[in-house]
Design a binder for this molecule. Sequence first.
Ligand code: HEC
Ligand code: HEC
Ligand code: HEC
Ligand code: HEC
Length: 448
Amino acid sequence: MVRSTQVIAALALLAAAPLPAAAPLMAAAPLLAQANARHLGVASCSSSVCHGAVSPSNTYDVQLNEYVTWSHEDSHSKAYTALNSPRSRSIAAKLGIANPAAARLCLDCHTDNVAPERRGPKFSVSDGVGCEACHGGAEHWIATHTSRRATYRENVAQGMYPSANIRERATLCLSCHYGTGDKFATHRIMAAGHPRLSFELDTFLAIEPAHYRVGADYQRRKPSYSRTQTWAYGQLAAALAELEALQGPRINNSATFPELALFNCYACHMSSMHRYDWSHRLLTLAVEPGSVPINDGHLRMTWLIARRLDPPSAPTVLKLSQALLAAGPGGRAQIAARSRDLALLVGKLRDRAATFEWSHTDQQQLLNMLVSLGVEGEFHDYIGAEQAVMAIDGLLIDLGMSREHRTRLDGLYKLVRNDEAYTPESFVTALRELQSALDRASSSRTSG
Ligand code: HEC
Ligand code: HEC
Ligand code: HEC
Ligand code: HEC
């Protein structure tokens, strides 16, 4: 499936040039901004003269209809209600939980579950993932942030969570959409009926949907990022979150199997004993047939991103990823050790990605790599396909090409909409068609 010449060429490139040392892996500090202040509740933000305007404001910098967007269009506002649904009750029953809407296990991700002493009089757990679950407890900034002179930096100094910074934003979203040491959607929860978690920062920010407008005014006040930058940073941060989990107690437990949610769901849930089509791909080149592969959705993107972000380090990323994926038979200590090696390098790449400006050529190259690796089968499993489609979407948008390829993109999304109906063959065929269309477009551009 994978051309071995390409692999050898990739490995033969020069060894990594030194990148500066990485910042601490899990950015623990920023979430501390939320740690002391009281959370006042959505009712403290939602008045019609504050963030509850019916339509976006033209008078002020911010839109002021954030509450309406959140409550009507953003599923975070329903995250608590979802715990009372028949599905949640059925999950809870299988887990031996009497009431999911009162269980910490569920509330930690489905609400702004701060300690009781940090809840103000208007705070309500039924708000679900409310404003302060993302923006931090408002006790110390509620009064001053309304002054148009208060800068973003000043608000943050008062305890507002710095969600405009890509580092803290990724940490925030991943804390619930990937999980942390304290809260995690385990295989036990999923087998009881919880949906599988998958995440891609750029796409998820867009479909939430955004309740802010990133225009010239926003850019004067706050940092802003291209789709490619958000995607790349999000992939590296997610890869790191996983590499951390792979070094911790979820792997090093004494159970017969380690935490299965760290592995590729579809390896077990969609295999067939009558197909005989097990094969290698680039990242699994050193893997023995039949080993349980870890979930490498973000790692595949990490290598691809490294090839443009820091080309000298890419062969090492590939080699260490291959070693990690092949570590299973060597035991849990080896998975942890390989994860540690790779995390050191990915941490440095992630830090570089926070400020890296992706040029048009970079974006074009990333797109070409994604599509050609996809045609060769690197993303043929569902987890790979799903990540590849979201990546292609964001890159086409930044390249100003999403309109001309809209139908093909819609077709790709349709193929990955339902994991049970997904077939690798149709995905590879669709990518091949996209590849020809991209080739045609680029040759007509160069000849025209
Ligand atoms: C690590 C965080 C986390 C934990 C713990 C967690 N969830 Fe979730 N849950 C999520 C996320 C994130 C989603 C949205 C997944 C998506 O669509 O990408 C979700 C989705 C769901 C859904 C589907 C929502 C819908 O509107 O259809 C249900 C039901 C659900 N969770 C119930 C529960 C229950 C019950 C528990 C406790 C046993 C629980 N969750 C624990 C993060 C979590
Ligand atoms: C799931 C996380 C999340 C939730 C919930 C959330 N926000 Fe946001 N919000 C963001 C992100 C991310 C941004 C963009 C980065 C930034 O400007 O901080 C943002 C931006 C904003 C902005 C800045 C707009 C600007 O031009 O500077 C305002 C105001 C805002 N949100 C208000 C609210 C209010 C009010 C609520 C509750 C009704 C809310 N948010 C709920 C994540 C969230
Ligand atoms: C406190 C936990 C928490 C945080 C923080 C959080 N989310 Fe969520 N998110 C959830 C839960 C729970 C759901 C599922 C809600 C439901 O459907 O009932 C969800 C749902 C979503 C969905 C809808 C997914 C779907 O399948 O329709 C998107 C998009 C999303 N979140 C994006 C984000 C982004 C972007 C951020 C960071 C800015 C973020 N979330 C931060 C808990 C969280
Ligand atoms: C190493 C193999 C393996 C991996 C990897 C794995 N599972 Fe499972 N899963 C199982 C087994 C075994 C069962 C129990 C089947 C039974 O009880 O008959 C199960 C049960 C389930 C069930 C209950 C439905 C059923 O088939 O019984 C769901 C849902 C599920 N897993 C989801 C997931 C998700 C989501 C992931 C990835 C995050 C995942 N699994 C990863 C092996 C695996």
